[in-house]
Design a protein around this ligand. Structure first.
Ligand code: HEC
Length: 109
Protein backbone atom coordinates (compact mmCIF):
# COMPACT_ATOMS: atom_id res chain seq x y z
CA UNK A 1 0.00 0.00 0.00
CA UNK A 2 1.38 3.38 -1.00
CA UNK A 3 0.95 6.19 1.49
CA UNK A 4 0.41 9.70 0.24
CA UNK A 5 3.02 12.00 1.65
CA UNK A 6 1.52 14.14 4.37
CA UNK A 7 0.09 17.22 2.75
CA UNK A 8 1.41 16.27 -0.72
CA UNK A 9 -1.52 16.68 -3.09
CA UNK A 10 -3.45 18.97 -0.79
CA UNK A 11 -0.72 21.54 -0.26
CA UNK A 12 -0.03 21.55 -4.00
CA UNK A 13 -3.66 22.39 -4.63
CA UNK A 14 -3.66 25.00 -1.91
CA UNK A 15 -0.59 26.57 -3.45
CA UNK A 16 -2.32 26.68 -6.83
CA UNK A 17 -5.40 28.31 -5.33
CA UNK A 18 -3.29 30.76 -3.39
CA UNK A 19 -1.40 31.65 -6.58
CA UNK A 20 -4.66 32.29 -8.44
CA UNK A 21 -5.86 34.51 -5.60
CA UNK A 22 -2.61 36.44 -5.56
CA UNK A 23 -2.66 36.95 -9.35
CA UNK A 24 -6.30 38.03 -9.28
CA UNK A 25 -5.72 40.36 -6.37
CA UNK A 26 -2.65 41.80 -8.07
CA UNK A 27 -4.36 42.57 -11.35
CA UNK A 28 -7.30 44.17 -9.58
CA UNK A 29 -4.87 46.26 -7.60
CA UNK A 30 -2.79 47.13 -10.67
CA UNK A 31 -5.75 48.50 -12.63
CA UNK A 32 -5.71 52.07 -11.25
CA UNK A 33 -1.94 52.27 -11.75
CA UNK A 34 -2.41 51.38 -15.43
CA UNK A 35 -4.48 54.49 -16.03
CA UNK A 36 -1.67 56.87 -17.01
CA UNK A 37 -0.40 54.52 -19.75
CA UNK A 38 -3.91 54.18 -21.23
CA UNK A 39 -4.45 57.92 -21.11
CA UNK A 40 -4.61 59.95 -17.95
CA UNK A 41 -8.08 60.59 -16.59
CA UNK A 42 -8.74 63.89 -14.83
CA UNK A 43 -10.73 64.04 -11.64
CA UNK A 44 -13.03 66.86 -12.75
CA UNK A 45 -13.24 70.11 -14.71
CA UNK A 46 -11.87 72.18 -11.85
CA UNK A 47 -8.72 70.06 -11.74
CA UNK A 48 -8.04 70.44 -15.47
CA UNK A 49 -8.65 74.16 -15.26
CA UNK A 50 -6.35 74.56 -12.25
CA UNK A 51 -3.54 72.42 -13.68
CA UNK A 52 -3.63 73.36 -17.37
CA UNK A 53 -5.76 76.35 -18.27
CA UNK A 54 -5.07 78.36 -15.12
CA UNK A 55 -1.39 78.42 -16.02
CA UNK A 56 -2.19 81.01 -18.70
CA UNK A 57 -5.75 82.06 -18.02
CA UNK A 58 -5.16 83.03 -14.39
CA UNK A 59 -1.92 84.85 -15.09
CA UNK A 60 -2.83 87.32 -17.87
CA UNK A 61 -1.05 85.26 -20.52
CA UNK A 62 -4.49 84.40 -21.86
CA UNK A 63 -7.75 86.32 -21.42
CA UNK A 64 -10.04 85.63 -18.47
CA UNK A 65 -12.38 82.83 -19.54
CA UNK A 66 -14.30 82.17 -16.35
CA UNK A 67 -17.48 84.03 -15.41
CA UNK A 68 -18.07 85.17 -18.98
CA UNK A 69 -20.85 82.72 -19.87
CA UNK A 70 -18.73 81.40 -22.74
CA UNK A 71 -20.69 78.56 -24.40
CA UNK A 72 -19.34 75.10 -23.53
CA UNK A 73 -19.25 74.13 -27.24
CA UNK A 74 -17.09 77.18 -28.03
CA UNK A 75 -14.64 76.28 -25.23
CA UNK A 76 -14.42 72.67 -26.46
CA UNK A 77 -13.71 73.85 -30.01
CA UNK A 78 -10.97 76.27 -28.94
CA UNK A 79 -9.33 73.64 -26.72
CA UNK A 80 -9.28 71.01 -29.50
CA UNK A 81 -8.25 73.37 -32.31
CA UNK A 82 -6.38 76.18 -30.63
CA UNK A 83 -6.70 79.79 -31.76
CA UNK A 84 -3.65 81.95 -32.53
CA UNK A 85 -1.67 82.04 -29.23
CA UNK A 86 -4.02 79.50 -27.62
CA UNK A 87 -2.51 75.99 -27.90
CA UNK A 88 -4.64 73.01 -28.93
CA UNK A 89 -4.97 69.96 -26.69
CA UNK A 90 -5.31 66.39 -27.99
CA UNK A 91 -7.59 63.70 -26.52
CA UNK A 92 -4.47 62.05 -25.07
CA UNK A 93 -3.92 65.19 -23.01
CA UNK A 94 -7.54 65.98 -22.16
CA UNK A 95 -9.96 63.12 -22.92
CA UNK A 96 -13.41 63.95 -24.33
CA UNK A 97 -15.22 63.32 -21.07
CA UNK A 98 -12.86 65.56 -19.09
CA UNK A 99 -13.12 68.23 -21.78
CA UNK A 100 -16.91 68.17 -21.52
CA UNK A 101 -16.66 68.56 -17.74
CA UNK A 102 -14.04 71.29 -18.12
CA UNK A 103 -16.12 73.30 -20.61
CA UNK A 104 -19.16 72.98 -18.35
CA UNK A 105 -17.08 74.11 -15.36
CA UNK A 106 -15.66 77.18 -17.13
CA UNK A 107 -18.94 78.22 -18.62
CA UNK A 108 -20.74 77.99 -15.25
CA UNK A 109 -18.04 79.44 -12.97
C1 HEC B 1 0.01 78.39 -22.96
C2 HEC B 1 -1.00 79.26 -22.46
C3 HEC B 1 -2.43 78.77 -22.50
C4 HEC B 1 -2.96 77.63 -21.98
C5 HEC B 1 -2.24 76.55 -21.21
C6 HEC B 1 -4.37 77.67 -22.25
N1 HEC B 1 -4.69 78.79 -22.95
FE1 HEC B 1 -6.54 79.32 -23.63
N2 HEC B 1 -5.75 80.95 -24.51
C7 HEC B 1 -4.44 81.35 -24.42
C8 HEC B 1 -4.26 82.61 -25.14
C9 HEC B 1 -2.95 83.37 -25.26
C10 HEC B 1 -5.53 82.93 -25.68
C11 HEC B 1 -5.87 84.13 -26.56
C12 HEC B 1 -5.64 83.66 -27.99
C13 HEC B 1 -5.73 84.76 -28.98
O1 HEC B 1 -6.81 85.34 -29.10
O2 HEC B 1 -4.73 85.00 -29.64
C14 HEC B 1 -6.44 81.88 -25.26
C15 HEC B 1 -7.79 81.85 -25.58
C16 HEC B 1 -8.69 80.94 -25.09
C17 HEC B 1 -10.11 80.96 -25.32
C18 HEC B 1 -10.87 82.02 -26.12
C19 HEC B 1 -11.20 83.15 -25.17
C20 HEC B 1 -12.06 84.23 -25.78
O3 HEC B 1 -12.03 85.31 -25.21
O4 HEC B 1 -12.74 83.97 -26.76
C21 HEC B 1 -10.65 79.91 -24.66
C22 HEC B 1 -12.12 79.52 -24.57
C23 HEC B 1 -9.55 79.22 -24.01
N3 HEC B 1 -8.37 79.85 -24.29
C24 HEC B 1 -9.71 78.10 -23.23
C25 HEC B 1 -8.66 77.42 -22.63
C26 HEC B 1 -8.83 76.22 -21.86
C27 HEC B 1 -10.17 75.59 -21.53
C28 HEC B 1 -7.59 75.82 -21.45
C29 HEC B 1 -7.23 74.61 -20.65
C30 HEC B 1 -7.46 73.36 -21.28
C31 HEC B 1 -6.63 76.78 -22.01
N4 HEC B 1 -7.32 77.73 -22.70
C32 HEC B 1 -5.27 76.68 -21.83
C33 HEC B 1 -3.43 80.70 -23.77
C34 HEC B 1 -3.54 79.49 -23.12
Amino acid sequence: MKMTKPGGATSGLMLAIATVIVITANSAWAAPQDVPSRGFVWKDGAEVYAKICGYCHESNVGPVIRGRDLPAAYIRTIVRNGNRAMPSFRPSEIDDESLAKLAEYISKN
